[in-house]
Write a protein that binds this ligand. Sequence first.
Ligand code: CUA
Length: 345
Amino acid sequence: MRRGSVVQLVALGAVFGAVAAAVALFIPWLPDPASKQADRIDFVFWFVTAICITIFALVAAVIVYAVLNFRAGPDDDSDGPPVHGHTGLEIVWTAVPAALVTAISIVSAVVLAQNGHIPQESAGAARDPLKPLVVDVTAQQFSWLFKYPGFKNATSSTLRLPVDTTVQLRLRALDVIHSFWVPEFSQKQDAVPGLVTKLVITPDRLGTFPVICTELCGLGHALMRSEAMVMTTPKFRDWAEGQGKGGAASGGASGKALFVSNGCNACHTFKPAGASGTIGPDLDKLRQEAQRAGKPLEEFIRESIVNPDAYVEPGFQKGVMPGTFSALPPAQIDALVQFLSGSNK
Ligand code: CUA
């Protein structure tokens, strides 16, 4: 090979490599990672991207070089010179990809194993509830509920997490398959009826990030969102201990908070709760709806929560509202009935 051709090939490779690297680096393809697991996944992503950019630069340089240098003239109809196999070249282009794919597999397997690992620490009665912090996640159409068994079953409709603490989520679904996703944490985990699935997260950045349901689960799927708030450990303890003492878990929560934490707002319009869903009937008109159903207001509301198909408002379908709300603690159903009827009088 002439020295000029080598220089030309290297120059082409550098240009294509630089363009591909700029596209990878300067366009924000992924959110900034906010957990140790996300940092590791980010590393795998960049490891694979660097390999891809290198191979792309190599292939693009050879193609463009060939197009520029071996172009046939407009009236040249002759065949090109016959080419026989080149054993050395074939060995190289088999061995290099094999080595790269093996390297990617090993790096991915190590990261997967690390991301599923929970440091086993304090056990027994005196175990520290933050080592690890266990959160029971309940998914249902169309809301998330987070419960903290280490803090007297404190519950919340937003996922609150202390920074730099390993958290184990135990996910359950009450009706259909949902999937838990926080883009900044880079991981997804399905919540499947009848199973408890697990996910380990160690948040390492303060902030508020979206929790998104990423499995099509029904009409309100797109609205099945919450927030993950990563806070300092003392702030988290204050909140969790305060929450566990009385409050939300025991039915003392306001009807409005229950309305939101149970996801009613995803499907219904109800001004006092700032809700504007249109999948189910408008709850600002409950009085008229109860009249159409021929029932006293409060009885009608209670029945519609516990047994939603007993009366279906014209224009809506049976079976859209989940029947799972009948499993709510009676105190919470009372609070909801009060909240809904109080604003319709
Ligand atoms: Cu739950 Cu989509």
